[in-house]
Design a protein around this ligand. Sequence first.
Ligand SMILES: *Cc1c(COP(=O)(O)O)cnc(C)c1O
Length: 504
Amino acid sequence: MRESLIFDLSSPGRRACSLPAFDAPAKPLTELVPQDCLRQHDADLPEVSEIDVVRHVTRLSQINFSVDTHFYPLGSCTMKYNPKINDRIASLPGFANIHPYQPASTTQGALAAFELLEQTLCAITGMDAFTLQPAAGAHGELTGLLLIRAYHTARGNPRRKVIVPDSAHGTNPSSAHLAGYHVVTVPSNNRGEVDLEKFRAVLDDEVAAVMLTNPSTHGVFETNILEIAAMAHKAGALLYYDGANLNALVGLARPGDMGFDVVHLNVHKTFSTPHGGGGPGAGPVGVKKALEPFLPVPRLKIVEREALSIERKNADASRFTLHAPRLAWDYDRPQTIGKMRSFYGSTGVLIRALTYILAHGDEGMRRVSEVAIINANYIKAKLKDLYDDPFPQACMHEIVFSARLQKKQGSSARDIAKRLLDFGFHAPTIYFPMTVPEALMIEPTETESRETLDRFIAAMRQIAEEITRNAETLHNAPFTMPVTRVDEVKAARELDVNFVKRDA
Ligand SMILES: *Cc1c(COP(=O)(O)O)cnc(C)c1O
């Protein structure tokens, strides 16, 4: 399974296509492009045929890890299986081939799907209104914080601070900072939950929002959430829910009922749309009534509920009814924070999420969370004799171990992650959350079978045993991959974008 660099396949003069002879008068490049914009040397590009490219890239894709090929327990990322029916529905011409500038009267079906998704997400989260616009989780966070800023500003003071727990995903403090807030970190207690006393100490009337995820990134439920919400609201702050962990809650509990005022969801996690590798995502944001006026434009609005029905006769004399457009885009919203993204959102991703939710239904969505939680606790129970388990209570949809025992023996979380690749498993998330030393954050998701979990557990047990016998060997893992241990800092320390330049 070794694959050479595409530069090694290069042969001078070889091309993927041939163009017809030039039929316009040729001009020197220097007449067309300013001198200082012209490169001094030719670009160092591989010269290959089309089939060279196709075979090279296809082979590379086959030695990649993916959800469709491997168990992928990447904690916090919810790499669950993405049912193919989602793709099928999103590819229907009525969704895939429409243009955002088409008149709304010709896209009523797609708009109705958006409306249904907004309502469904409200029902799932306990919020009053949703925007589908944000393009990812972090983008949803920024949107949510701008909504919070607009809300406070309308009340006379945007406030200065946002409280974030020490276990938070890195995007939380970043988003708060981007929205112009000063970030205040609150530590966790020994159960991995927010330390209430320390929280009380940092809460004052300059706090605009408290950003939490529940379950937290420690994989445990914030049992004091109602008290935290009451304290925050008493201080005039709003409660922001990072919904990336909704996979543990959907159908079981609702952030809206816990006191959250603003939530974002990662539909590309909980609602099974493909993600990773920087592909498109979607981060819909839900709010309670008081924040609804600030939502991004445009908003879907119901113009008239089937006010106009025209009965007509077809050529074959069968009757059909024309309905007047019912849904339209509303731009006339004076308090809006503006636009967060081009057009209305990542349509294909959103349709996949809606398909997934409708395919499962109420009962099915609850089952998703239950099985995700059971799977994580199964792994916890089967490995906690060998791997340090920092939090005593049952976990939710993911389990955070610490490899500190293995570290003492001379190996590390990184070595364990690399060795897992040899067993055909994608590595779990490591060194996050940063509150847990040598963290191994494992999220099996509900889509994995008992057999897969047992194979993973067996691999983890074997690795722990290898470390006891000879921790040193693991420093070179993985052993069976096309690329073994790479020097992870070399590329950053010796930045050389011309590294491919080789002697002819
Ligand atoms: C994935 C994740 C995010 C960020 O979502 P993106 O879509 O990657 O921007 C935020 N918070 C948590 C807890 C996450 O797991």
